[in-house]
Design a protein around this ligand. Sequence first.
Ligand code: UDP
Length: 469
Amino acid sequence: MPPERFEEVLEAPQWQMLDEANRVARDMFLGRTVWNVNSTAVGGGVAEMLQSLLAYARGAGVETRWLVIEGEPEFFALTKRLHHHLHGSSGDGGPLGTAEHELYERVTNANADAMRELVRPGDIVLLHDPQTAGMARGLEGTGAHLLWRSHIGLDTPNAAVRAAWEFLLPYVTRAEAFIFTRRVYVPPQLADADVSIIPPSIDVFSQKNQAMTEAQVLSILMTTGILEGTPPGEPTYTHHDGRSDHVRRRAVMDEEVRLTAEDPLVVQVSRWDPLKDPVGVMRGFADHVAPLDPRARLLLAGPSPEGVTDDPEGALVLEQVRAARLALPGDIRARVHLASLPMNDRSENAAIVNAVQRHATVIVQKSLAEGFGLTVAEAMWKRRAVVAPRLGGIDDQIQDGVNGVLLDDPSDLAAFGAAVVGLLEDPRRAALIGDAAHERVRSQFLGSRHLIQYLALFGRLVRSDGHHH
Ligand code: UDP
């Protein structure tokens, strides 16, 4: 994708900086390849970010490539266990012992062997997350710069986190440099290593974030059945290659009455996961928002679990949310809506999420833990006022009272309700916060900032090479 696209969303000095960085990058990486290695081509924030950053780097003339590792189910069960540990829980409760090291080394060595044939001296190899860390060992001696990036972390590490690091450190320490999302996610063993802090970014041209007219938003929401009414136009969105497409599928709604376009709407969009606390959001709304604001309604939107085979927990949690909704008093239950969004087509799903976020009066993300919280940046870009707890990456995104509202304690439902009601009752303040939120994302959380940080780091590493022009 042409990096010139950024010109329309960046301030002039920002665009000049990116344009200059791209020129520097073209020269600096001449004859070199930047390799990204991760464990999946689709699904999840890392794959989504790679797709967009890779396209812009290639558009800028830098030879950037992306490899996905292969492994048997036992390997991915082990790496999922490591993933859960880094989030502070023991996952499936299985061990991290000698047999697991053997399995991990066998698979990562096989992948590194395959990759050795492609990598040349002076290349940059960026290994993403625990699944690929073991490859650093097998890639030693290729003359490439080896980097490892962790996209996950916990504010206050516990025993599970320490166990994961104990497992991973012998592998990751083979890398020359490291990237983390937040400083507090860096394990003490890497305190003196070459560590860069690079937070994630959103792609503002993607189906998830691209600009939409009011008519597009309403048409998409009416076509999916989230809002009542006849679509005022076509439910269109645009693919990356410029092709226009339509939202066709309907969301599965749990509700008594349909939402209308005029209802003031509190929205949370997330996977059906206990750490997103959907039941807490509902209770907070029922006890501390609905009684104070007679018009407000709540919409919880998440992926339809049908067909999403890799997330059996999602279906279970959605059932719990449905049960909690049915247990609400009738008059309040009538104001709480659940939307399971079709997942058959990722682009269509993203366009629906986009429309839902743009239509919300107030967006909440009342997570109990959050590595970064992409939904927060997505909502802020859409000029929404976001209410969210002061934890994880949310604390890096929202400045309380300036470009969002932070809660000190995610379990304090009264404070949650008061923050939401405060914004519902003061649309002028909500709009000012929303505008500031958009500026915050523009300056901090776009792909342009991400690419410039990568260039600074990679540039520092390749400048130390003697054997390259
Ligand atoms: N999301 C989506 N469809 C849904 C629900 C969520 O595409 O039905 C997206 C959401 O827009 C965001 C991502 O899933 O881009 C979730 O990332 P986040 O960092 O907020 O949380 P995670 O799910 O990684 O814990």
